[in-house]
Structures are given as structure tokens and as C-alpha cells.
Design a protein around this ligand. Structure first.
Ligand SMILES: C[S@@+](CC[C@H](N)C(=O)[O-])C[C@H]1O[C@@H](n2cnc3c(N)ncnc32)[C@H](O)[C@@H]1O
Length: 640
């Protein structure tokens, strides 16, 4: 079965998937750093590579040679800039990518890097909290060494094979819907031969699809055969009863165990799948602040959540969207957030199964270059957390430079106030997690020095530590890339971090660390930091007194002064009045009122809100008066 049953469920209802089709048409936006550098179309900007000249150069070479080395001038441009600590121009970066892709260097480097990494990063990994695996095979007999190498080779091949298979898509039934609807949906989805409930989820609300259901087939356009399952899933997405989210991407929010009334901050939020999950859990009295540095991605996030998610106004009333560099997000005056999520920008090699552009352009310097901003975002997250609160640090990369090395630095800086905690035993109890590592290796890559075919791009390991690497001219080198000297990190509990490898439960690759703040961190430094607002589209100000008087017939339960503070209008369109969630207003007090401005010297800057709560009042057409459109939200928030 049970396609007939599903067909009946879908019924004759005409499924309106205009939004999905529109979404598909929109240009795909990059999720991680550098994703939009994949077109190769700016190569023409490089001197000596235009039109005929480039053609002539290429014609001289055999096809084989071309594929192996890439165009000479590209190579030279890269050689002249790479590994010398100089920043690349956009054109050089594009050239680098093109060359890498042509020569398949990304995959060669990826294999070399992860094969050469310390034990447990990819092969010989133990379960989370398990015993450390020795990286030495010195004490073993010849036969045992051979056997162990063979096993490791097999493990590595399994990993690579899995990366080359398509990633199954996953759905979850939203926790905000009624129990009876949940039961109906669970029963319906469980009966489909195309879907199976994820075995380690006791709630039974998460489903993995078989390979015949993919991203294209759940869009109406791509669903050529009119599959009833696809129609059912589409309908659920539109109505907000289902959410599509990659399985591993659900883990950090689940591990945070958000409770009623929690205030949550999602520092790197776009496109917003984890924000929506947070919203579902942070029910009554709660607050979810979603932030992203890029104004365009903030708008996309707002459209996806406010415009298309199907979430109810009562849920959306808890949402605030900001646009800041996460490493400088303004600190609230009134206490910190209960839960913080730092799902930082990363190299994204855990998403290779769904994004074919990652592997061909992979190189270790991408991770080395991201480490510093990941530390800064993570540190700000800890500063914004209340004492006793928990932060989840997550990435979709296998690379320890972006994973354990960042967590190590956060714990070190915390000086005893920051502790890595275990994955909660009641969250997805059967989930296979691999332990974080206390040892890893640092590398960059070097281009060959001659035209010798065997002397092309290579991994360069920096096992002698920071000083030697710095002297060798390694780009973007910082001390915290390395494990602390002399096992200094062994007391940090890095093995409590969780690595998720794709072959373990047919997922993408992922990393999650849970950090509890046991005391104040970075107070001194905070005084001098000014919040830096990225240029957004909309800003908000509290409603002015004259407009307030035009709201007639309202039986406010609080003083007009408080009403004025809670009702916000956008600076662009004063016809819409939004209700600012009480928690945000309490936490940031007057610091949001001058939204969009950053005042030097005021210590914290102001919150640059791009969206607050829900619309509760609307100006009547042809009149200056307002009518109420969100009475329920006003009641929930104690205004009426
Ligand atoms: C891995 S994605 C986040 C995915 C998101 N949490 C989700 O689950 O849908 C990283 C995001 O960080 C944003 N970003 C990059 N640098 C940032 C910074 N300095 N501060 C805040 N956000 C940043 C990127 O625009 C990107 O949207």
C-alpha cells in the first residue's frame, strides 16, 4: 500500500504549490562560505586568459594534460598567490576553483587529508564517550599491522562510497500540531512503502524517504508521474504540518532540549530550518531570535518562516529576526539567553552527498581560514548565554579544525566557566555518535614546483606546530588550529563532542558540541564591543503617541506607555503594527528603539531587528485609524 490511502487523504484538493515552484525558480543561494564561487565565469578577468589567447594555449596541450594540470596561466596565478599568506582576488579564487575542478584535485586532497588525519577523525572511530584509540601501530606484530591497515582501508572506502550515494530526504511531523493530527499523519506516513520512520527516534515523528522520493519529485513540476506520496508530502509542507529538514540538521536543536518559555538565540540562522525547529519547542512565553550576517539571506529566512512555513501566528509571535555579524551580536541588558545555537558557516564537506560542488573544490585551507570566525561566533554565543544556559556549537564538516579545535579554544578561553556536556541520554537514544577527538593534525596544501606530473597539488602536514607552520608561510595560521601542547586539552572532555559519519545511519556528516556556561565569561572585553549592524531592509521603531491615539476601542490591560513600547512599526511602512515579544523587550529594554543605528561608544550597540513578532494592527484603508488583526497574539502576550 498505501498510495491509495494517501490519494484519498490528498483527495480532490488542488494542491497549490505556487510558492514551491517560485522557490525552485529562484537562484540557489549558497549555504556555506564559497558556495557561490562555482561558476568559473570570471576567469576571463585574468590577464592573458582572454578569448583567442586562452584558446590557443589550450589547443597546444593534449586533452589529458589539460585535465591534469589546468591552464598554465591559471596555475601560475595560483602559484603566485597561494600559501604565502596573501589574500586572493576574486578572479584568482575563481581561477583556483576552475583549475581544481578540472584536475579533480579536490577529491585527491580530500582523500589524502582524511586518510592522513589522526585516528578517529574518520577511521577507527569509537562511540561517543568511548576509549581513546591509539594512533600508533608500533607495538603490533607485522601480521596485525597488516590486518589493521586493511580494516582501516575498508572503513575509509565505506566512507567514500557512502559519500557518493545520494542523500535520502527526511521529513518530520511538526511538534506544534494537535495530537490527533499527529496520530493521523504518523499512521499515514508509516504505511507508505516510500517512507520509513527513523529507528532511533522514539517520538516516531521523523521519516526518511526511499531514493525514488527526491527533492525534484516533491515539487509539483518535478513530480512527472503524479505520485500520491509526493502530493501528500507537498500538502503537508504547505499547510505547515510537515517540515523537510536534513536528519543530522535536526540534532543540535533536539540536543538543546528547549523548554516552554526558553529564550533562544540562533546566531547563524539562514535558511532557517533550525530556527523553525526552535520555534516549535519554545512555546508559550518563549522567544526565538534568529540572526544572519547577510541581508539577502535574512530576507529569504523571513520569507520562508513568516511567509511560507504554515506556522501559526501564535508560534510566529515569538520570532524576532536580526541582521548582525554573529561575532558582534548586541548583548541584552537584562540577562542572557537560555539556549544559544551557533550553527556556524563551515566548509560543508559533510554535505557532499547533496551538493556535488563541494568535493571538486575541496582543500584544507578553506577550513583553516574559517577557524578564526567560528571561534569568534562561538565565543560571542557564550557571552550571550545566561549563566547555567547551554549552547550547541555545530558544523556540517568532518574537519577537526572547524570542530574540536574550535571547541577546544572556547573551553580554553572560558577558563573553567565553560564545560562540554554529554549528549542527553533521552534524546534519540539509539543514535550512533562517534566521540570527539583530543588529537588531530593540521595541514594546508601546496602546488607543485615544476611541470612534473607527479609534483602537483599536495597535502602539507604541519606536525611541528604553530611556529614552524608560521615560518613555512602557511596562510591564515593561528595557534588554536593545533591541539594544546602536551595533552593540555585532555581535561576538557572533548570526547563528549559528537561526530556523525554518513555511513553510520545513511545521513550527511555533522558535528555537535554542547557547552554549558557555569560562570561569567568575557565581561571586560564586552564593555568595549560595539554591536555592528549589517545593512538590512527594514527597521522598527515603537509606535508614536499620535498613532497610538488612533487605535480606538482597545481595552489595554497594561499602561499606554507599555503598549507604546511593545507595538512597533516598520520605518518603511507605518501601516503595519507588529507586537514585540515581551521577552525581547525585557531583555533588550531601550536598546532596540534606535534600530538600525549603531552608536559608537555606547558599549553594546543596538539590535538591528528585521522582523519582530506578528502583525497585530493594520491601518484602515483611506483612514489614519488602525484595526486589530491579531487579537489572540495581544491576549497571549498580556496586552489585552
Ligand atoms: C551553516 S549555515 C546555517 C544554517 C542554518 N542554521 C539552518 O539550519 O538553516 C551558516 C550561516 O551563517 C551565516 N553567516 C556567515 N558568517 C556569519 C557571521 N559572521 N555572523 C552570522 N552569520 C554568519 C551564513 O550566511 C549562513 O547563512
Amino acid at each position: 500500500m498505501n498510495d491509495d490511502f494517501m490519494m484519498a487523504m490528498v483527495g480532490a484538493a488542488q494542491i497549490q504549490d505556487r510558492d514551491l515552484a517560485k522557490k525552485k525558480k529562484k537562484k540557489k543561494r549558497g549555504r556555506n562560505v564559497g558556495e557561490d564561487l562555482n561558476k568559473g565565469d570570471e576567469v576571463k578577468e585574468l590577464p592573458g586568459l582572454q578569448g583567442q589567447q586562452r584558446q590557443q594555449q589550450e589547443n597546444k596541450k593534449s586533452k589529458k594534460e589539460k585535465e591534469k594540470k589546468g591552464p598554465n596561466s591559471l596555475r601560475n596565478a595560483i602559484k603566485n598567490s597561494n600559501n604565502k599568506g596573501e589574500s586572493l582576488t576574486a578572479a584568482q579564487r575563481k581561477a583556483n576553483e576552475l583549475w581544481f575542478r578540472k584536475a579533480n584535485y579536490g577529491e585527491i586532497l580530500f582523500r589524502g587529508y582524511y586518510r592522513g588525519q589522526s585516528k578517529g577523525i574518520i577511521v577507527c572511530a569509537e562511540a561517543a564517550g568511548g576509549a581513546e584509540v591509539s594512533s600508533s601501530i608500533g607495538g603490533l606484530s607485522k601480521k596485525d599491522k597488516k590486518r589493521r591497515r586493511k580494516r582501516e582501508e575498508g572503513e575509509f572506502n565505506d566512507f567514500m562510497d557512502c559519500l557518493k550515494t545520494p542523500l535520502p530526504i527526511t521529513f518530520r511531523i511538526r511538534s506544534t500540531i494537535s495530537s490527533s493530527l499527529k496520530a493521523t499523519l504518523t499512521a499515514t506516513l508509516s504505511h507508505s512503502i516510500h517512507l520509513r520512520p527513523v529507528p532511533f527516534d522514539p517520538s516516531g515523528l521523523i521519516f526518511q524517504c526511499s531514493n525514488d522520493i527526491n527533492k525534484a519529485s516533491i515539487s509539483k513540476r518535478g513530480d512527472k508521474h503524479g505520485s500520491p506520496v509526493a502530493a501528500f508530502l507537498r500538502k503537508g509542507l504547505e499547510e505547515g504540518t510537515l517540515a523537510r529538514q536534513e536528519l543530522v540538521s535536526m540534532f543540535p536543536v533536539l540536543a538543546l532540549k528547549v523548554e516552554n518559555g526558553d529564550s533562544c538565540l540562533d546566531l547563524c540562522a539562514s535558511p532557517g530550518s533550525k530556527t523553525m525547529q526552535l520555534l516549535e519547542f519554545a512555546s508559550s512565553g518563549g522567544l526565538v531570535v534568529a540572526n544572519d550576517i547577510h541581508p539577502g539571506r535574512v530576507s529569504a529566512l523571513r520569507d520562508a518562516i513568516v511567509g511560507r512555513s504554515g506556522l501559526l501566528p501564535s508560534t510566529l509571535s515569538r520570532l524576532v529576526i536580526g541582521c548582525h555579524d554573529g561575532s558582534k551580536f548586541p548583548k541584552p541588558k537584562g540577562g542572557g539567553f537560555d539556549k544559544v545555537l551557533t550553527d556556524v558557516p563551515c566548509s560543508g564537506d559533510g554535505t557532499i552527498r547533496k551538493d556535488g560542488s563541494i568535493l571538486p573544490r575541496w582543500n584544507p585551507s578553506i577550513s583553516n581560514g574559517l577557524h578564526a570566525i567560528q571561534v569568534e561566533i562561538g565565543w560571542r554565543g557564550l557571552e550571550l548565554l545566561k549563566v547555567g544556559g547551554v549552547m550547541a556549537y555545530s558544523t556540517c564538516t568532518f574537519n577537526p579544525i572547524e570542530d574540536e579545535a574550535v571547541v577546544q579554544e572556547l573551553v580554553r578561553r572560558g577558563g573553567g566557566a565553560v564545560e562540554i556536556i554529554d549528549w542527553p541520554s533521552d534524546v534519540l537514544p539509539g543514535l550512533k555518535k562517534r566521540a570527539g577527538r583530543v588529537k588531530w593534525r593540521v595541514a594546508d596544501h601546496v602546488e607543485g614546483s615544476s611541470d612534473n606530473d607527479d609534483d602537483e597539488v599536495k597535502i602539507r602536514w604541519h606536525d611541528d606546530g604553530f611556529e614552524t607552520a608560521r615560518r613555512s608561510g602557511m596562510a591564515g595560521v593561528v595557534r588554536s588550529l593545533w591541539p594544546l601542547d602536551g595533552g593540555g586539552n585532555e581535561k576538557f572532555g572533548l570526547e563528549k563532542c559528537c561526530r556523525f559519519l554518513p555511513q553510520d545511519q545513511n545521513t550527511g556528516g555533522f558535528f555537535v558540541a554542547l557547552l554549558r556556561k557555569n560562570g561569567k565569561v568575557g565581561e571586560k572585553e564586552a564593555e568595549t564591543v560595539v554591536g555592528e549592524a549589517a545593512g538590512g531592509e527594514k527597521t522598527f521603531v515603537p509606535i508614536d503617541n499620535r498613532s497610538l491615539q488612533r487605535i480606538s476601542g482597545m481595552d489595554w490591560k497594561v499602561s499606554l506607555d507599555e503598549v507604546r513600547k511593545r507595538l512597533w512599526v516598520t520605518s518603511q511602512d507605518k501601516g503595519e503594527v507588529m507586537l514585540c515579544p515581551r521577552r525581547l523587550w525585557e531583555m533588550y529594554a531601550g536598546e532596540i528603539t534606535k534600530v538600525g543605528e549603531v552608536e559608537e561608544g555606547k558599549g553594546e550597540g543596538v539590535l538591528n531587528a528585521q522582523h519582530v513578532g506578528v502583525k497585530v494592527l493594520e491601518r484602515k484603508e483611506g483612514s489614519l485609524e488602525y484595526k486589530i488583526v491579531g487579537e489572540e497574539a495581544c491576549k497571549l502576550e498580556g496586552l489585552l
